[in-house]
Design a protein around this ligand. Structure first.
Ligand SMILES: Cc1cc2nc3c(=O)[nH]c(=O)nc-3n(C[C@H](O)[C@H](O)[C@H](O)COP(=O)(O)OP(=O)(O)OC[C@H]3O[C@@H](n4cnc5c(N)ncnc54)[C@H](O)[C@@H]3O)c2cc1C
Ligand code: FES
Ligand code: FES
Length: 487
């Protein structure tokens, strides 16, 4: 096979070609150290503070879409075919400040200024898509940006006022949309890219079949989707990741398909891309989804990555297991599927063979009689990892619990169902007695660990209380449980 050896993308107004790109080179290092674009700051180098926020535009679904990302944990190689927009590119109508920048100045949204470029980029992305945001929408857009000086209120005030300073229709990204689209289209030649030194190679497969073929050749390669986990292996743990196979550009892994019976989500779908359909199909996940990371990480991180990393504290596995999700794995052209809970064997060990990858996740649609809930307990509301997460799915028919799936994260070495608590509920009349018994049984299901997120005792009590909360939430209107689907 012939392949390309360089990465090609647009950086602000320029066409850029970079050869010999090591797998582990971050976009932030490239911008700051090689391009001397030092407006994007390095605060934490782990996706938490947002000081490095830039926009990345990509052609998808017939259009050009820009999103905020954390340049510190985004790898340069993954930007092939993209438009990277940094703070240096922002400008107003007559060469003055951009409307977002001017609003930040006028509303005193900046003090020491270290966080400011990141906030401006996050607010810029918000304003482009939603020029009249509510305060809640602003808070969501800046969930992934930290400021130690301003107390946030002046920044929110600036965001509320931004549209008075200029219209997105006149913004350069809008007026240059056709030109940028043409230039990005010209960059996509549909070829595999292989770049970087032998021991630190970055490989971008041409399509999913090619991805499968690359994994057959390099069974131990690191798969990199959104890099919101893998990025930290490099920036925090100095771990080598080469050869690395980058997959965030593979559109075939990005399909979201809703049929009469199930929602199928490609492994490469990000939290942001899944959000609308997932929250419409499973309304109980709406507030839960807002609690996953911050906007930049939601724009990068994939559901496939959240499952494949095997973490016991990932947020999607417990709720997906509770919903009865199946995972589809692929090796070469061969697919197999299994209930998601069976994918997690023990801490650090998943049912995934060398050269195999996660292709999609299949979630059955809710059925009449099912009561659902999703809970996340973490030290901070925003941008924090769960101490305990739970997904519940209890089927009630004629006042009796006929089926139930209770899944927890943070309670064991893997995301896990509470088999004994489920047994205590199944077949019982709906009522407090059944849930108290299930809470007791739950103590035998798990022996949680203590760590800096929570003590074992806290986790055990919190899990039991979540079960109680589920009962009280669904029991508050009458003796008979409320069916949320028909309520
Ligand atoms: C600031 C910050 C906040 C975060 N907050 C949360 C949070 O609130 N909740 C939460 O659950 N997580 C959180 N995370 C963790 C992370 O965002 C998620 O786990 C995310 O879903 C990982 O997806 P990714 O696409 O970025 O995976 P990557 O980092 O690209 O990969 C993760 C792992 O999965 C493997 N992998 C990826 N795709 C596939 C595939 N298709 N087949 C096989 N293997 C694959 C990779 O090889 C790697 O082992 C946070 C991370 C950061 C940096
Ligand atoms: S430097 Fe903090 S998120 Fe990137
Ligand atoms: S202005 Fe100082 S950190 Fe935000």
């Amino acid at each position: 096979m012939t392949y390309r050896t360089e990465i090609r993308f647009l950086l602000n107004g320029a066409d850029v070609t970079v050869t010999d790109v090591p797998a582990d080179k971050t976009l932030l290092d490239y911008l700051r150290l090689e391009r001397r674009l030092t407006g994007s700051k390095e605060g934490c180098a782990e996706g938490d503070c947002g000081a490095c926020t830039v926009l990345v535009g990509r052609l998808a679904g017939g259009g050009l879409k820009y999103e905020t990302v954390n340049a510190c944990i985004r790898f340069l190689a993954s930007l092939d075919g993209c438009h990277v927009v940094t703070i240096e590119h922002l400008r107003g109508q007559n060469g003055g400040l951009h409307p977002i920048q001017q609003a930040m100045v006028d509303f005193h949204g900046s003090q020491c200024g270290f966080c400011t470029p990141g906030f401006v980029m996050s607010l810029y992305a918000l304003w482009m898509g939603n020029p009249e945001p509510t305060e809640t929408e602003i808070e969501s857009a800046i969930q992934g940006n930290l400021c130690r000086c301003t107390g946030y209120q002046p920044i929110i005030a600036a965001a509320m006022a931004a549209n008075r300073y200029g219209s997105p229709a006149q913004d350069f990204l809008e007026t240059e949309r056709v030109n940028i689209t043409e230039r990005l289209t010209a960059l996509s030649d549909g070829r595999r890219v292989v770049t970087g030194p032998e021991d630190n190679q970055a490989i971008l497969p041409a399509d999913v079949a090619d991805f499968a073929a690359v994994l057959e050749d390099f069974p131990q390669a690191t798969i990199v989707a959104g890099s919101t986990d893998v990025g930290l292996w490099v920036t925090k743990f100095m771990r080598p990741i080469g050869p690395a196979v980058f997959i965030s550009h593979l559109q075939e892994l990005k399909s979201v398909t809703l049929s009469d019976t199930a929602l199928e989500i490609g492994a490469g779908v990000t939290y942001s891309e899944a959000q609308e359909t997932i929250c419409e199909t499973f309304p109980h996940l709406k507030s839960y989804w807002d609690r996953i990371a911050g906007q930049q990480v939601r724009n990068m991180g994939t559901i496939g990555g959240n499952i494949a990393n095997g973490s016991p504290i990932g947020d999607t596995p417990p709720v997906l297991i509770a919903l009865g999700a199946q995972i589809v794995l692929r090796k070469g052209a061969k697919q197999r599927s299994l209930p998601l809970e069976q994918f997690f064997i023990e801490y650090g060990k998943q049912d995934r063979a060398p050269s195999e990858f996660v292709e999609s996740i299949l979630i059955p649609r809710p059925r009449t009689g099912q009561l659902h809930a999703a809970y996340k307990i973490s030290k901070r509301r925003d941008e924090d990892i769960s101490s305990v997460a739970a997904g519940f799915n209890v089927t009630v028919s004629e006042g009796r619990i006929t089926d139930c799936r209770l899944a927890f994260g943070g309670m064991a070495g893997t995301p896990k169902r509470a088999a004994k608590a489920e047994a205590a509920l199944r077949g019982q009349p709906w009522g407090e007695a059944a849930f108290l018994a299930a809470g007791q049984a739950l103590q035998a299901d798990f022996t949680p660990l203590s760590d800096w997120r929570a003590s074992a005792e806290y986790r055990a009590i919190a899990a039991r209380n979540l079960l109680q909360r589920f009962f009280l939430t669904h029991d508050d209107r009458s003796e008979a449980p409320v069916d949320l689907l028909s309520a």
